[in-house]
Design a protein. Structure first.
Length: 568
């Protein structure tokens, strides 16, 4: 019957052609799934025929398949429509015209009214993708979908979106990826999307590793939506591919895209899966290959946004990996860790302060100047965040001049951290203002300036804690830390002079009697700094106390520290 119809479709008499078409529709509407399987291959084969008449009638019969029952329709359209779009560029105008008509027939059975209204635009994009793809994607994104998308709608949409994903224009790629994400939540029957996944997924993966972060972000969210909409079992290779790309040696961009994609996909897969995979991710942050560390640390930059509270519960487990990353020998790994740290502070400063703050404080006392620098930066972020949020409430209706606002921010910090903690933190920052490393000093001065309105008054407030901090740092086993504390002490004496000496000297005298040798050595360094920084007449008034102290020290094998000073 099929060959007969094929011939009649190109009969010279119009009435015969119309009758043939009528018969074809009737036949198609009766086709079972099995029938479609029998008919479709021979029709598709007809498109390969050299004779244009055979091609034309095959196209017409394919168009008539638009009248199949819905179940058959979702089975055959994914195969038919791409072929019909190819026909649109056929060398023979009659074949082209038949292709147009056939696509219109597909358009005519679309039940979704929003898409139905767009059929002419969609057909123009299918006919002339160079000129109309972008426009039709625009229109689709502007359309508010109240009704879900059926199989014929998808059949026309997918080739356009597929084309959009491969465009060079950033905007077009982004829009196409966004529509892919939306489609899976808009389809009547998520399974209608399955035949198209093999076509769309490779292109979305390419967009995921686009050089522009924002474009990658859209593709990442599309992947997440696909998993939510269709279920993970449709994408068995996606997570392994993302994990592999996360380790890629090729480029930062690929790893970053994989991190963005993985963050969305993990969010879609939910808590249990995440709990299970997290230990591997953390371990890979100290992998021997820099690219692997880099990729996995980059992932932590995106997880807070995508996973929210689920990720927050694991903050304590993740923080050590971040701190290690801050000291990595490789700059791009350090940058990845610091970016993640900034994001943690941004998301969790207020909710997880008791977790974040101690980790950052520890970092300020690290032996590694890189960790000190990053930690000071993160502390600045954190304090600013704390001051910024609650600072506003205090400021309402008040003066808006800068000094006042800093005072208010200072109060906000005290309110959130408590006075004791705030003093501890400021003492740490004050100490590293004298760091041996210039970049740490600069970072610390910057933080101090942003949060402290009045330095002399603040120093007075934090003096007891500051001295504690300095003394224990002077006794530290790390020579760099001792040096930093010594310099800070010298600076303190230069700044405040006589006012601090009465409290410093007795503490140091006491320290020289410490049974712990390294503490004694620390105190000696401190003493020498004090003597080097204080003016002669300032020291004179403390000679009574200093002389016995120094005498004690001279009996000590660390006395050379002092000896230097006294000579000077
Ligand atoms: C479509 O995608 C955008 C961006 O990804 C999203 O904000 C919007 O909620 C989605 N709409 C639907 C219906 O899924
Ligand atoms: C790194 O992660 C992979 C999974 O991506 C895991 O199989 C492997 O054991 C991890 N490596 C380490 C050192 O934990
Ligand atoms: C640092 O790591 C990146 C990958 O993150 C790598 O491409 C680069 O070659 C590494 N640099 C050094 C100096 O090892
Ligand atoms: C001496 O003090 C330093 C710093 O407080 C400490 O790290 C070290 O363990 C102490 N040594 C002894 C033997 O107690």
């Amino acid at each position: 019957m099929l060959p007969l119809l094929l011939v009649s479709f190109s009969d010279q008499v119009l009435a015969v052609r119309e009758a043939a078409e009528c018969a074809a529709r009737a036949m198609m509407s009766q086709l079972t799934g099995h029938g479609v399987k029998l008919v479709l291959p021979s029709l598709l084969k007809g498109l390969e025929d050299k004779a244009w008449r055979t091609k034309q009638s095959s196209v017409q019969l394919l168009g008539a398949m638009a009248y199949c029952a819905p179940q058959q329709l979702s089975q055959c359209l994914p195969k038919i429509v791409p072929k019909l779009t190819e026909v649109l560029t056929d060398t023979h105008p009659k074949v082209q015209a038949a292709g147009q008509t056939a696509l219109q027939q597909v358009g005519s059975v679309i039940k979704n009214p929003e898409i139905n209204a767009l059929v002419p635009i969609l057909l123009s994009a299918l006919t002339d993708p160079n000129d109309h793809t972008k426009h039709s994607l625009d229109i689709l994104l502007q359309t508010t979908f109240i009704n879900s998308i059926d199989a014929p709608s998808l059949a026309l949409l997918v080739p356009i979106v597929h084309r959009g994903l491969r465009e060079r224009g950033v905007d077009t790629k982004k829009k196409a990826a966004q529509i892919v994400g939306n489609m899976s939540s808009l389809v009547t029957e998520p399974m209608d999307m399955i035949p198209y996944i093999g076509l769309l997924l490779p292109e979305v993966k390419k967009v995921l590793v686009d050089p522009i972060p924002e474009v990658r972000g859209v593709a990442a969210r599309a992947l997440g939506s696909l998993i939510v909409g269709m279920g993970e079992q449709i994408f068995p290779d996606l997570v392994p591919w993302l994990l592999e790309t996360l380790k890629s040696d090729n480029s930062n961009v690929e790893r970053s895209g994989a991190a963005q994609g993985l963050s969305e996909v993990l969010a879609a897969l939910g808590k249990d899966y995440f709990d299970q995979i997290l230990p591997d991710i953390i371990r890979n942050c100290s992998h021997q290959k820099a690219s692997v560390r880099d990729g996995h640390l980059t992932l932590f930059r995106y997880l807070p946004r995508s996973m929210g509270a689920i990720f927050q519960n694991h903050l304590q487990a993740v923080l050590p990996a971040i701190l290690d990353g801050l000291a990595d020998e490789n700059e791009s790994v350090r940058d990845a860790a610091l970016s993640a740290g900034h994001i943690f502070v941004e998301y969790y400063a207020t909710t997880s302060l008791p977790l974040l703050l101690p980790a950052i404080e520890d970092g300020i006392f690290s032996d590694n100047w890189r960790i000190r620098q990053s930690s000071v930066e993160l502390l600045g972020d954190l304090l600013f965040k704390v001051a910024g949020t609650s600072g506003k409430a205090i400021l309402e209706g008040g003066s808006d001049d800068e000094g006042a606002s800093t005072e208010a921010q200072g109060r906000a910090i005290v309110e959130v951290l408590g006075r004791v903690k705030r003093n501890e933190v400021l003492a740490a920052v004050y100490m590293v203002r004298s760091d041996v490393s210039l970049t740490v000093r600069q970072a610390a001065v910057h933080v101090w300036k942003t949060i402290v309105a009045n330095t002399p008054r603040t120093l007075k407030e934090i003096m007891p804690v500051l001295m504690d901090t300095l003394i224990s740092s002077l006794a530290s086993s790390s020579s760099e830390r001792r040096q930093v504390a010594g310099r800070a002490l010298g600076e303190l004496v230069r700044k405040l002079g006589e006012r601090v000496l009465p409290s410093i000297i007795p503490i140091l005298s006491q320290g020289l009697k410490d049974p712990n040798a390294s503490r004694r050595q620390g105190v000696c360094i401190g003493l020498s700094e004090v003597m080097g920084s204080a003016g002669k007449h300032q020291l004179l008034s403390f000679m009574g106390e200093l002389i016995p102290t120094i005498r004690t020290a001279l009996c000590d094998r660390f006395a050379f520290w002092l000896y230097n000073c006294v000579i000077l």
